[in-house]
Design a protein around this ligand. Structure first.
Ligand code: HEC
Ligand code: HEC
Length: 241
């Protein structure tokens, strides 16, 4: 029998305390999921609880306003459009993200995604997309802005655009609202194959290709530049003709 864990239980399992065998209230978000229904033990509420899927499932980790929680490694997800949110949650659900045993934050998100139906993902994505955006933190004042701008313009801009807002046609992520620690980890995950390395993940493969030759220092340079971009830097003039 497959038992769906509530998000809070997963948060606890993330290392705060043991989750134990204590009965866990069935999250409304897990109702109607075929695997759970097989058990035949669910009680179905007459009406959905207030707050919707986001408040009931996502807020525990991503924060009430989508700001993320450093201690849980859950990113700020404000500023992400519906298409990208849905695509990524479905990648977790399909095992294209969060598949690697060493990718613990990815596995957390994957566990949650397995409890969600398409309709619940769509509802949560719509809620997130309507939240006020929180921009990536500013970079340290003394970083090499000129080099970073040049490199972004020539190595990233073609897919992530001059404004770092991503491009639906390329399935490339908006970058300027993601927090620094998450950005750093994702770039490292692409480099090491913790993300983007499953067969058939065409879009992830593009990032693996881009990251595999980068040093830690170069990754930091890009993380810094995304912060600068979020706060108004314009890389267009630095593009090689
Ligand atoms: C148990 C904690 C937890 C819960 C609950 C949770 N998430 Fe996550 N989520 C994470 C973590 C941790 C990551 C970072 C994964 C990584 O590093 O790859 C993440 C990543 C994501 C990403 C990827 C962001 C990006 O920029 O690619 C999206 C989108 C997302 N979560 C949406 C949701 C939505 C929508 C819900 C509610 C339906 C939700 N999450 C519930 C922990 C959680
Ligand atoms: C050929 C197109 C392409 C280029 C060039 C490219 N990216 Fe990406 N990038 C993508 C795509 C597509 C994704 C989404 C991957 C996925 O679905 O997992 C992505 C994802 C990312 C993510 C993860 C965002 C998230 O929400 O988790 C970061 C960070 C990122 N790119 C930064 C960069 C940086 C920095 C550069 C330049 C050094 C760069 N990219 C160059 C296409 C590209």
């Amino acid at each position: 029998m497959r038992k769906a864990l509530s998000p809070l239980c997963l948060v606890v399992a993330a290392g705060l305390a043991g989750c134990g065998e204590a009965p866990v209230a069935e999250s409304p978000a897990t109702r109607g999921v075929p695997a759970a229904a097989e058990t035949g033990t669910e009680t179905v509420a007459a009406a959905p609880a207030p707050g919707g899927v986001y408040a009931q499932v996502c807020a525990a980790c991503h924060g009430v306003n989508g700001e993320g929680k450093e201690e849980l490694h859950s990113p700020s997800i404000t500023g992400l459009p519906v298409w990208y949110l849905e695509e990524q949650v479905k990648k977790f659900r399909a095992g294209t993200r969060g598949f690697h045993p060493e990718d613990l934050p990815g596995q957390q998100m994957r566990a949650i995604s397995l409890t969600l139906t398409d309709a619940q993902i769509a509802e949560a994505a719509a809620t997130v997309a309507a939240m006020p955006i929180r921009l990536t933190e500013e970079p340290p004042a003394d970083f090499d802005l000129e080099t970073a701008r040049y490199r972004y313009a020539n190595e990233c801009m073609e897919c992530h655009r001059y404004n770092g807002k991503g491009e639906i046609v390329f399935h490339s992520a908006p970058l300027i609202s993601l927090n620094r620690s998450y950005l750093r980890r994702q770039l490292m995950n692409f480099r090491s194959g913790l993300r983007g390395a499953t067969e058939g993940d065409l879009y992830g493969a593009k990032m693996v290709e881009n990251m595999k030759r980068l040093t830690d220092e170069e990754i930091e340079l890009f993380v810094n530049y995304i912060g600068a971009l979020a706060h108004g830097d314009d890389p267009r003039g630095a593009r090689e003709k």
